[in-house]
Structure formats: C-alpha cells, structure tokens
Design a protein around this ligand. Structure first.
Ligand SMILES: Cc1ncc(C[n+]2csc(CCOP(=O)(O)OP(=O)(O)O)c2C)c(N)n1
Ligand SMILES: [Mg+2]
Length: 567
C-alpha cells in the first residue's frame, strides 16, 4: 500500500532529509503505518528520532542545519504539538534556519465517511480554526496538504522556501483522511525545486562600496552572522587584509572572523558603552547583521558613511528596524565579498596605516582579555574556565553558546579562528542549546561538541528530554553550566532602566534559583551522564579533561556545573 504519507516521506528523502525529529499522536496513524511499511519493503526512509519534547526536537533540527546547511524535518502532533514547539519556532525563524515542520490535523469527518475519520474523543477537542496561524508569523511558507496526489510538490515547494534566502522554517499540515489516501507512486525531481540562487551586488554597488572603502581612513566591517556560511569568512579576511579594514562583531552568532587576527576589534552585546571602533569609523560596511549597534548606547559617528549588505536587508519580519545606510543591498555575503575582492584586485591599496592602527587596538584588547583570564585566588570566574577550555578542547571542537550574560565571555575567551566552530540560536528564546547540541553531534559524529549555557537556560532546555535523547541516539556532548544561581539578565535589564529605584535597593528580585538544583543529577537520571560541580580553580582542568574524555571515549554526556558568584 502506498499512501499520501508514503509519498510525503519519500519526498523528504528526495529532498535530502535524513532525519525526522518526531513526536507522534492520534493524527499520525497513516505516517506510522507508512514508515513501518516502507521499512518492511526496504524502501529508503529518513531516520526517525523520537523526541519526548517538541521544542527539543525542533532545536535538534536547528542544530543539524547549523552544522551541515541541510534542512531536516520535524513531525509534531496537531495544534498541541505545534504549540509545544514553543520558542524553537522563534529561534529557527530568527536564526534563519531551514527546516520543514509537519503537523497532522484532526480528522474532518466524524461518521466514518473516510478512512481516518474520527474515532477518539480528542479529535473534537483538537479541532481548531486556524492551526497554521499559530506559527504563520514565523514560517517562510505554510500550507495544508489537501490531497495525496500532489503532496510531493508541496514538500518540495516548502523546502524551496526554507532553503532560499532569507532561509527559515516552513510548515505543512495534513489531516488524517488526506494522509491515508492511496496514491500512485511517482518520482519527483527535487533538483527542479532547488533554492533560488544567492543574490549578488550590481556592478554599480561594487564600485560604490569599493570606492568608499578605498578612500576611508578608518573602514570598519560590522557583522553578526556572515559566518553561518563558513565559506564567507575567507573572502572577508582577504578583503580586510587587502584594504586594512577592522572587523567588529555585533551580537555574533557564528565564527565570522578569526579572533586572533590583528584586524579583529572585538564583539559587542549589551555592554552599556559606546564602542570605540564604531565611533571612529568613517566608512562602516554592515554585512549580515540584525542588530549592528544599539543607537541609545553605541553608534557610528554622525557623517560616517554606512553601507549595508544582507540576505535580508529589510528585516522583513521586524516591524521596527532602521540603519541609515546610503546603500542597502540584498545579497549573499560570500558572493558580495568575492565581488569586492575582485574589484580591489586590480587596484593599488596601501593598507599599512589602517592595519597598523587596528593591530595596536587589537593588542590592547588582547592584553585586557588576558588579564581577565588570570587564575582566581578564590572561587571561579567564567573567564578562567573558558580560557582553560580553549586550551584543553582541541582545534576540532564545535561549540554552542547560550551563555546569556556570558555570551561575550564565551566568544572572547574561546577566541576561535576556525569558520563553523561555534553556533548560537540567533534568536532569543532560551533553551536552544541542549536540543541543538544533539543535532550538531548527529550531523558531525566525529566532532567533540561542547555546549556552554547559563543555569537558567539549562533549565529552559528541558534537560530531561535532552539527556534521554542524547543517550538513546548516542550523541554525547559536554555541557558547561555557568551557575550563578538564577537569572542575572532580567536583573541587569531592570537596573539599567531603574538604576536608583526600589528594585536597586531590594534584597531579592525574584530572579534567584536558590537553593540551586542538582543539574548534574538531572542529566545522570535522564541519560546516565557523567558530571561534576566545580567551585575552585584547581578543580577546573581535571573536570574539563575528564568531561572531554567521557564524551569521546565512553560516548556519554558530561555536565560540568561551574559554581560562580551569586548573580
Ligand atoms: C523562553 C524565554 N523565557 C524568558 C526569557 C527572558 N530571559 C532573558 S535572559 C533570562 C535569564 C537567563 O538565565 P541564565 O541562562 O541563567 O543566564 P544569566 O542571565 O544568569 O547569565 C531570561 C529569563 C527568554 N529570553 N526566553
Ligand atoms: Mg544564570
């Protein structure tokens, strides 16, 4: 028997989907039957990964995409499962992560008119008016499968949207009766639905940006996510070295530029200070950034010339957004930077003075970071722990950063140089790192994977599901928890707006996790992990070494609970 569900699964295979992160329900008899039938018949199927929690499953698809650039599928239960995807929907949309989400839907017949008609009480309760509307604001495309006869077309069209810039998640739903429909098996050429070609700069735009950079005294690139395509880093490095351009990362969520390169000028997050490199720049080239600066805190000088090249320069999903650029172009960073390099190739450029200026600033910054990394006399600092991790983890490690008030600590003290070595959610819904680490490890089985997280974000990640899945699917990774006993960031947010108010004088702001949970114990109970809490500098090396050994040799997760000062 070959049904709409068989065709749906086969379309996923045609599109290169190798994993379906699944959480099943009463809407899925046809899919479950089709998977079993295909396995019995020896037809190729994606691997099915059981996800006890949908948010973790979607985060895993997110991580898989981040580590490979290949979209995977997430399968959930009607509107309930769609809602349970929760903040992972936000993260995938904001992080522009391609994936296909499929949800079943309540049967639309109730008297046995069709196969799949209602036979369970919940099918009345789960019948809602606009299931797709739950996630429409976040999806690049959504549609309902109305017949098995063109289900493959819908899968390929949805994935064409997912994989075309600006990339992101897409959503299909199909009711029970439709997914049961018997159909003829037909091949579909996924290549004919390939992603739209990446955009390039016009010749005029290349010349305008090139001339401006050439004439600049202090040219600066500001970027956040150019390195999501690891191949885009090399042309950025080439351009910056040829011309003497500094690079400032704003809210980075990838390895965008080698951190030890003398042109690297640091990364800025919520630090409430004007960035010096940004203030001094006379030409600013923003490449792939959702928040290149926060104008109330830090901004370019009046009169600085600003150019903006982005896969999504309009920020189509952000109601309020503006950068006062004299030229804004929708283009792919790799392509645009390659074009700029070609333009500069035929020209005499003396990068010396500019490069020298930036190298001096870079050295000052490096000295400041080294001072922060000093071994603490008592207790622990996140800077010291991350610096030790940099030494002990090895060059091939992949990092996930959900450090929150330690985001910048992780970037600064890992000081990575390898494109593709670090991932962030790209969004702001906490709890991404656990599922994402599973996806990254699944995609790159030989890599050592280390997730760094706040204690609050560890709790948001649904660690019971994460650690059960990590053992079940043999995706061991290291978790480093910055345990400051709660949520530092909301406290900082309140004090930034009300520095002298009641909150500033209060003893407690309801952001504390005292008494702290046993995070290692959670991971041990759910997934047989190894773990240790560390509170002093002389415990750090041994714990990190053992954690890395456990994930590499024993194929189990390791959790290092880093006890910091109370937030
Ligand atoms: C799903 C979700 N809920 C709430 C928030 C609001 N929020 C932002 S930062 C933060 C605290 C996170 O705590 P932790 O991971 O321990 O980081 P810390 O601020 O302590 O460094 C919270 C609750 C959010 N961003 N996402
Ligand atoms: Mg915390």
């Amino acid at each position: 028997m070959y049904t709409a569900s068989s065709a749906f699964l086969e379309a996923l295979v045609e599109a290169g989907v190798s994993v379906v992160f699944a959480n099943f329900g009463s809407d899925h008899p046809a899919v479950i039957e089709a998977i079993a039938e295909a396995r019995a018949a020896g037809r190729k199927m994606p691997d099915v990964v059981t996800c006890p929690n949908e948010m973790v499953g979607m985060s895993a698809a997110h991580g898989f995409w981040q580590a490979t650039g290949v979209a995977q599928a997430v399968l959930v239960h009607v509107e309930c499962g769609t809602q349970a995807l929760a903040g992972a929907v936000h993260n995938a949309a904001k992080g522009r992560a391609a994936m296909l989400v499929f949800a079943g839907a309540s049967p639309f017949t109730q008297n046995g008119e069709m196969k799949g008609s209602r036979n369970e009480f919940i099918q009345w309760i789960q019948d809602v008016h606009d299931q797709r509307g739950l996630v429409r604001g976040y999806m690049r495309y959504d549609n309902e499968i109305r017949t098995g006869r063109n289900v493959k077309d819908l899968v390929h069209r949805a994935l064409q949207f997912a994989n075309s810039d600006p990339k992101g998640p897409v959503y299909l739903m199909g009711a029970r009766e439709v997914m049961e429909e018997e159909v003829a098996q037909e091949q579909n050429d996924a290549a004919a639905w390939r992603a739209v070609e990446p955009g390039a700069l016009s010749g005029a735009a290349v010349a305008r940006i090139g001339e401006a950079l050439l004439a600049a005294r202090r040219p600066l690139v500001v970027t956040s996510y150019l390195g999501r395509n690891p191949a885009a880093v090399a042309p950025l490095v080439a351009l910056c070295r040829a011309v003497g351009i500094g690079v400032l990362e704003s809210v980075p969520n990838a390895m965008n530029f080698p951190h030890t390169d003398p042109l690297y000028q640091g990364n800025q997050w919520n630090q409430p200070v004007q960035n010096q490199a940004l203030a001094e720049a006379d030409v600013v080239l923003v490449v792939d950034s959702d928040v290149p600066w926060i104008p109330t805190v830090s901004r370019p000088a009046d009169g600085a010339r600003i150019f903006h090249v982005d896969v999504d320069p309009l920020k189509q999903q952000m109601p309020l957004w503006h950068v006062a650029a004299e030229l804004s172009v929708r283009a792919d960073a790799f392509t645009a930077l390659t074009q700029l390099n070609e333009w500069f190739a035929g020209r005499e450029v003396d990068a010396g003075e500019r490069a020298g200026h930036y190298a001096a600033r870079h050295a000052e910054r490096a000295a400041g970071l080294a001072a922060l990394e000093r071994r603490p006399e008592a207790g622990l600092t996140a800077e010291f722990v991350v610096a030790r991790l940099r030494e002990l983890a090895g060059d091939e490690t992949l990092f996930l950063n959900e450090g929150i008030s330690h985001y910048h600590t992780v970037f600064n003290h890992l000081a990575l140089n390898r494109p593709g070595a670090i991932f962030c959610s790209g969004g702001g819904s906490l709890g991404w790192h656990g599922g994402a680490a599973i996806g990254v490890k699944m995609a790159q089985r030989d890599a050592t994977v280390v997730a760094l997280t706040g204690d609050g974000s560890f709790m948001f990640s649904v660690p019971s599901s994460v650690h059960w899945m990590a053992r079940r699917y043999e995706t061991p990774f290291v978790t480093i928890i910055f345990n400051n006993r709660g949520w530092k960031s909301p406290k900082l947010s309140a004090l930034a707006v009300h520095p002298d108010g009641f909150a500033a004088r209060a003893n407690a702001l309801d952001t504390s996790f005292e008494p702290a949970a046993d995070y290692v114990g959670i991971a041990v109970a759910a997934g047989g992990a190894w773990g240790r809490q560390i509170r002093a500098a002389d415990e750090v090396d041994e714990a990190l070494r053992e954690a890395i050994r456990v994930v590499r040799e024993e194929r189990l997760c390791a959790v290092v609970d880093v006890w910091l000062e109370h937030h």
